[in-house]
Each structure stands twice: as C-alpha cells, then as structure tokens.
Design a protein around this ligand. Structure first.
Ligand code: AMP
Ligand code: MG
Length: 486
C-alpha cells in the first residue's frame, strides 16, 4: 500500500526509526471519509486493529518509517537542526486523486531529533489538531488532515501528567521551508537541488521542463502561500507559530499548536503564549509569510544562478512580488464576503471602513459577516449584528455597501447566497475547543468532540440545532492564550 519516495532520497535527508510501542492504544476517532479518499482499505469497525496500527504498535507491510531532518527559523532565530522529534513518516499512499499523500504519525516516541523532548504528544493538542485541520478543510482552505487519533494508555508529563495520544497526519508532503534551510545552512547544494527536484516533481510538475525551474519553484511557492494566507485572513485564522519549519512548500496549513480563530475583530490579536512581540499577530501574517519566503529564496540561490548577484536580483524580485499576488487575492475574498463580484475602485476602502468599525466596536468577526448576508437579500428580519448595531458609522457604512451592491449584476438573492458561501457560520472557536478538551481529558468524554467535529464539517450551512456553536465566548469562557502543548 505504501510508496516510499522520500525514503528513496539520500540517507542524509532523514533517520530511519521505528515507533516506540505504547501500552494500551485505544481508537478515539477514525476518519472513514478521508480513508476512502486515500483508497485505504481498513475495516472501520475493527477499532482494535486500527488502534494498533495508528499508534505505531503494528507496522504495516511496505512501510519504511523515517523521521525527516529539517531546520527552521523560530521566532526569527535560526535553529540548524530541528527535525521530526516526535513523529515519523510511515510512507506515502496514492489517493483517489492520483496524488501522493504522506501518512505521518505524531507522538510515537523519541527520534534522533528529539533533543530534550519525550517524543510524545498529549491528548489535548491532538484533539485540537484533529478539530482545526478538519475544520480548515471543510472551510475550503488547504490544510494537512487528520486520519486517526488514538490514546496510548500512557501518561505524558507536561505541567502535570496528562493522557498521551497519537495523531495520524495526512499531508501533500511534509517538506517545509525549513527542510531546504537544513541543507542550505550546511552548504550542501547538491541536497538542495535533489530536494527542489523532488518538490517540483511532487507538487509542481508543470514547471519541470521550464528554463529556470528553481526560480519558477520559488514563484510557485510564493503564489501558493500568498493564496493560503489570504484565505486565513478571510476566516479570521491566526496560525500563531509561523516559523519556517511550520511552512510547507505545498501550500498547506500545517501545525495547529497555538492557533486560534478571532472572536472579536482585532488585527493585533495574538494567542500564542510564547509570542510576546506579536510577531505572528493576525494582521502580521502576510508580512511574515513573505519574510519566510525570503528565507526559502536564500536557500535556493545557488540553484537559481551561479552568479550570486544575479541570483539575488532575480529571487528578490520574486519575493517582493508576494504583495502583488496577495493583495488582489485578499481583496477578491473580501469582496465575496460582501457579496460583490465586480471590482470597483472604492472596494478596498469599503472593506477597510467596515474593519475599522468592527475593531472599534469589538464586533465578532464571524457573526458580523454572517449577519450581513441577511442584509444583501430580501429580508424578513434585520439580524443582530452585535456591537455594530446602532453604531452611526456602521449605519452609514451599511447604506454605502447596499448602494454598492446595487451596481452588481446579480440579484440580491444571489448575492446573499454568494455571501453565505463565503462567510462561515461555524468556526472552531477556541473556547469550544477548550471545553471539549477538558471533557475528554478529565472525564474521557468525547461527546463534545464528536459533536463539534460534525458541526464544523458543514461550516457554511445553517444547522438550527447547532446555534450555540455560533456564539462568542462569555467573559469567563474566553481563552486568551493557547499553548504549544508539546
Ligand atoms: P513544533 O512546536 O511542534 O513545531 O515543534 C518544533 C520542534 O520541536 C520540532 O523539531 C519537533 O519535532 C520538536 N518537538 C516538539 N515536541 C516534542 C516532543 N514532545 N518531543 C520531542 N521533540 C519535540
Ligand atoms: Mg512544527
């Protein structure tokens, strides 16, 4: 069932390592729909068998487990060796989409890259990653996915003993900007080239025959990241730890440690407990993505041109083009959120005005946009728009937006439908994630997890019985900080 293309790369790309068996694996959740997309033939009802496999206790035939080597810039500081310290790649499988997908277990014990860590994962962060990665997918945002979660029957020690768990992550690949940096920092240009060729073949086959394939690779990754970050902003997502080792070259969102979705709109919102400078604040994500891409470009320089000055000039131009790609994508998405399809010169200002009002009134990001949907079409009742309600500047803005909407070709009803497809009703709000984690960790109760996961699978649809999941946290429910939980 496995192809092992990464294992065929030179041995200095990884360390071969088997998972360390765990005491009593128990399946919490199996993503049968994803398994089908991956053409995995498992008996979904044999949870004991699945638990053995997706805890790493039993290795599947054909798997050649390995821990990948990578480096990374963490909060701006370069760490020449990170690597999979608690994860292994079992191999790749070919999905119904004909593409290869990495099957990767996280929390399987120590590897040569563990440094001081225990190689394990705690149940809380595993549930968080399951929920958020699947929610992102349902929102239509490229993301790694979760195939399975198991508890290990062992405790791991964080601030206190907590249940251990293992997550099966599926990714287009786990090649990161930091993977390139790992070899570039060692002056191993040959490895950078092998890696670049691998990535082109796997993710960007259309550029394989180009005259400057490596410059094209940079260009392609810049484009995918610009699109990704624009989509994050459209749903109020704060990644929280955009280190270069947490940025894929495939353009998928990866690493859901300290991430959170905005409740009240605040461009400076930071949730990660270790982000003291606000480096990874909501509105800083595009500039940081560009900064990370500059690090990617540096790693590729020797491949771009033998003449360093020429290579720098070409790479700089491409990295500086990030904004020119990002801005229109961001604006187009914001237009859709407002039910507008035609571009007009005042659109950016219209969006900025709304955001300024939302910031001043601390309006809920998701509720406000979803509430606006009802104002585009014929309406029975004016929705509650929270703190914006009655704000004079907001009323003025509403009138301007509705006048702008009349310049559109589509009917109000169609515009309202476009808006509902662009403004989710259900997002993985942090306080709900905390609640389901507490229930699971303290009472082995996974009902809230199951319920929330199911609601988040249809984020744009009205689900009358799930109304409570649309609510912002009450003061005492608010989660101000999230922790990496490693
Ligand atoms: P992360 O914060 O998950 O992006 O991880 C950053 C680095 O720390 C990666 O090299 C991880 O493999 C490593 N790491 C995180 N948690 C652990 C752990 N519990 N044991 C060993 N290594 C870890
Ligand atoms: Mg990471």
């Amino acid at each position: 069932m496995f192809e092992n293309t990464y294992a065929r790369l030179p041995p200095r790309f990884y360390s071969r390592v088997d998972p360390t068996p765990v005491a009593a694996p128990r399946l919490i959740k199996w993503n049968a729909e994803l398994a089908e997309q991956l053409q995995l033939q498992f008996n979904s009802s044999d949870s004991q068998h699945l638990a053995q496999i997706f805890s790493g206790n039993k290795l599947l035939a054909g798997s050649e487990p390995l821990a990948m080597a990578y480096a990374g810039q963490q909060f701006g500081h370069f760490v020449p060796q990170l690597g999979d310290g608690r994860a292994i790649l079992l191999g790749e499988v070919r999905g119904a989409d004909h593409a290869l997908h990495d099957v990767h277990l996280k929390g399987i014990g120590r590897t040569p890259y563990s440094r001081g860590g225990d190689g394990r994962a705690a149940l809380g962060p595993v549930l968080r990653e399951y929920i958020v990665s699947e929610a992102m997918t349902a929102l239509g945002i490229p993301s790694t996915r979760t195939l399975a979660a198991v508890t290990t029957g062992e405790n791991v020690f964080r601030d206190q003993p907590v249940p251990g768990a293992i997550l099966t992550r599926i990714a287009a690949s786990h090649v990161r900007v930091g993977t390139f940096q790992y070899f570039a920092a060692r002056g191993d240009v040959e490895a950078v080239r092998i890696l670049a060729d691998y990535v082109i073949q796997r993710h960007y086959p259309e550029i394989a025959g180009a005259t400057s394939p490596y410059l094209q690779l940079l260009q392609s990754v810049v484009a995918r990241q610009a699109s990704l970050v624009a989509r994050w902003l459209h749903v109020g997502f704060v990644h929280g730890v955009m280190n270069t080792d947490n940025m894929t070259v495939s353009g998928e969102t990866i690493d859901f440690g300290p991430c959170a979705f905005l409740d009240a709109y605040d461009p400076d919102a930071v949730f990660s407990s270790i982000d003291h400078q606000g480096r990874y604040a909501y509105s800083n994500q595009a500039p940081i993505a560009q900064w990370n891409l500059a690090r990617f470009a540096e790693s590729l320089l020797p491949l771009i041109d033998a003449d360093t000055d020429r290579a720098v000039a070409q790479a700089t131009e491409v990295v500086e083009g990030f904004s020119a790609t990002f801005e229109p994508l961001w604006l187009a998405g914001m237009r859709s959120k407002l039910g507008l399809e035609q571009a007009q010169s005042g659109d950016a200002a219209l969006v900025e005005q709304l955001l300024a009002i939302m910031q001043r009134t601390a309006a809920d990001f998701t509720q406000t946009f979803r509430g606006l949907c009802a104002l585009a079409g014929p309406r029975a009742a004016v929705p509650d728009l929270g703190p914006c309600n009655g704000d004079p500047a907001f009323n003025e803005w509403l009138a301007a937006w509705q006048a702008r909407g009349e310049a559109e070709k589509r009917t109000p009803l169609e515009r309202a439908a476009l808006m509902r497809a662009s403004n989710p009703k259900y997002i993985p709000r942090n306080h709900r994630i905390e609640q389901l984690i507490v229930a699971a960790v303290e009472a082995q109760d996974f009902a809230l997890f199951e319920q929330f996961l199911s609601v988040l699978g249809r984020p744009y649809e009205e689900q009358p019985s799930a109304e409570r999941y649309t609510q912002a946290p009450r003061a005492e429910e608010r989660v101000l900080r999230t922790f990496c939980g490693t």
